[in-house]
Ligand binder design. Structure first.
Ligand SMILES: Nc1nc2c(c(=O)[nH]1)N[C@H]1C(S)=C(S)[C@@H](COP(=O)(O)O)O[C@H]1N2
Ligand SMILES: [Mo]
Length: 505
């Protein structure tokens, strides 16, 4: 059964219970419970592994008693019959068919809300069918293997005590054991292949430091994914549907999308769980289509308040309709002149400037127009309600705790970024005296308003020793970055980035 699940996952992108259970449970946790689990297991990657292992163990914990019960029923019925008469095969079959049927239905009910996941890019409706069918095939494999192995091992339909079997027990055991071993090897091989595709090697990648560039190279762009294995979408299967409260539902193919008039727009993304000074933030040039061009042909009904985005990986999030209709909110298919990389949402993702990364749904497959206050994957945990990024700024060079060797009268170049969402950055100030006094930093790079700026400041330390350096920005509305220290839950972190450096002659 596990082999069937993994083969369907590897070959066809069919979601496995090992993945779906996590997606079913994660949104039901509070932010606090979520972070307790993250810290108990040592991070998102570790939590994902614990989840997968737990479900695989759970499958064994249900499958093994099912097999024992089956053998027990067959044996008991066979004993109750005359020697050589009819066997317990029929009762056994009835049991296993009901067992598999009940498990299948129970799984469909328990995982109903996440069945619309398909890592090959089927939109939610077809994905639901594919997942249900995949589960049925896997569970049926379990039943068939059980019946076959039991019959082969025990020798014919009858109790093996009373009727001599055609082959000696040793040969039958060898057959069942041999095929079992081959299945185990194939399962192990599939697991290794899937493990190599997993997000563990790149989820949580950060972009910051002295070599920071205005535009983040694609392979260094920060990554956050809820998935154990990210989607690998087949663009011929993929559709972007516009559904919900619309007069004319739409289903765009990839060719349709790239044939539409496009825009290229520089936009910075930042994760809502980015700590002050951290690097879960990057900037790219995105090419795509304004979302309103996809919504208008669908003729939204009056009363629509927000859009609920669905993705191939079952991820969901919402954006207010007004923001979705803003010309800068895009569905993009290119990143820095290249096709969108797989880990960043190939073939298409949403870019919603000034909203946290979580709203920028990757591998998007459906835009559903709703008139309710729908909640996305993380929103259900209690994040928000505002996902508008607060103004933030940080040092990229030097690093906190660094010792600087400066000869008398020479300058140290302080460098960093500042970002104020769609409001844009007006100015950056630096303090070299623990926020007592402020000096204007130089803006080295300023791109689109919804992108970060790169700033620098030439600091001439007058004496050796420790200094506390601070940075703050002013946004495009003239509002100064708030000094109030606030943790990233539930609306993103605020406060100033403080670093301590030592100056030595
Ligand atoms: N489909 C999907 N979209 C998603 C996510 C996800 O797990 N699945 N993660 C979100 C989060 S929390 C962030 S911060 C951004 C990260 O985008 P990036 O990996 O391209 O930097 O994607 C968002 N979009
Ligand atoms: Mo995020």
């Amino acid at each position: 059964m596990t082999m069937a699940m993994l083969a369907l996952r590897y070959g066809l992108g069919v979601a496995t219970p090992a993945e779906l259970v996590g997606d079913r449970l994660a949104p039901t946790l509070t932010i606090q419970e979520f972070f307790e689990l993250l810290s108990r297991y040592g991070g998102y990657n570790e939590l994902k592994q614990v989840g997968v292992t737990g479900v695989l163990a759970g499958q064994l914990a249900v499958g093994v008693p099912g097999g024992v019960l089956y053998a027990f029923i067959v044996r008991r019925r066979a004993r109750m019959r005359e020697p050589g008469g009819h066997s317990g095969g029929r009762q056994g079959l009835l049991f296993i068919v009901s067992f598999v049927g009940v498990l299948w239905l129970a799984t469909l009910i328990a995982l109903w809300s996440v069945l619309g996941t398909h890592y090959g890019g089927l939109p939610p409706g077809k994905a639901k069918l594919a997942t249900s069918l995949g589960l049925l095939i896997s569970y049926a494999t379990y039943g068939l293997v059980l019946v076959w192995a039991h019959r082969t091992f025990m020798g014919s339909h009858t109790a093996q005590m009373t009727v001599p079997a055609a082959h000696p027990i040793g040969r039958r055991a060898a057959l069942v054991g041999g095929l079992g071993a081959i299945a185990a090897i194939l399962t192990g091989d599939l697991m290794r292949r899937l493990y190599d595709m997993a997000t563990f090697s790149y989820d949580g990648l950060r972009y910051k430091g002295p070599d920071i560039q205005p535009i983040t190279p694609n392979d260094r762009f920060y990554v956050v994914s809820k998935n154990v294995i990210d989607p690998r979408i087949n663009p011929t299967l993929w559709r972007l549907e516009v559904t919900g409260l619309v007069e004319r539902p739409q289903a765009y193919r990839f060719e349709d999308l790239v044939a539409m008039p496009s825009v290229t727009q520089e936009t910075t993304l930042e994760c809502i769980s980015n700590e002050i000074g951290d690097g879960l933030m990057s900037n790219a040039l995105w090419k795509g289509v304004p979302m309103r061009q996809l919504l208008e042909p669908a003729a939204p009904r009056s009363g629509v308040t927000e859009i609920l985005l669905h993705a191939a990986d079952g991820y969901t999030d919402t954006i207010p309709l007004e923001k979705a209709m803003d010309p800068t909110t895009l569905v993009v298919y290119e990143m820095n002149g290249e096709p969108l990389p797989e880990r960043h949402g190939y073939p298409a993702r949403v870019v919603a400037p000034g909203l946290f990364g979580k709203n920028n749904v990757k591998w998007v497959t459906r835009i559903e127009l709703v008139n309710t206050d729908a909640k996305g994957f993380y929103e259900q945990q209690g994040w928000g309600p505002s996902f508008v990024v607060p103004t933030t700024s940080r040092f990229d060079d030097p690093a906190h705790g660094q010792t600087l060797h400066v000869s008398e009268g020479t300058a140290v170049l302080l460098k960093g970024i500042a970002y104020a969402g769609a409001r844009g950055v007006n100015g950056v100030e630096v303090s070299i005296d623990n926020a007592q006094t402020w000096r204007t930093a130089h803006i080295d790079y300023k791109g689109a308003p919804m992108a970060w700026v790169l700033w620098s400041y030439e600091w001439r330390p007058t004496q050796p020793g420790a200094s506390v350096l601070v940075v703050r920005a002013t946004d495009g509305t003239g509002t100064l970055q708030t000094a109030m220290d606030r943790s990233f839950a539930p609306e993103g972190a605020t406060g100033y980035h403080y670093i301590t450096v030592r100056v030595e002659a």
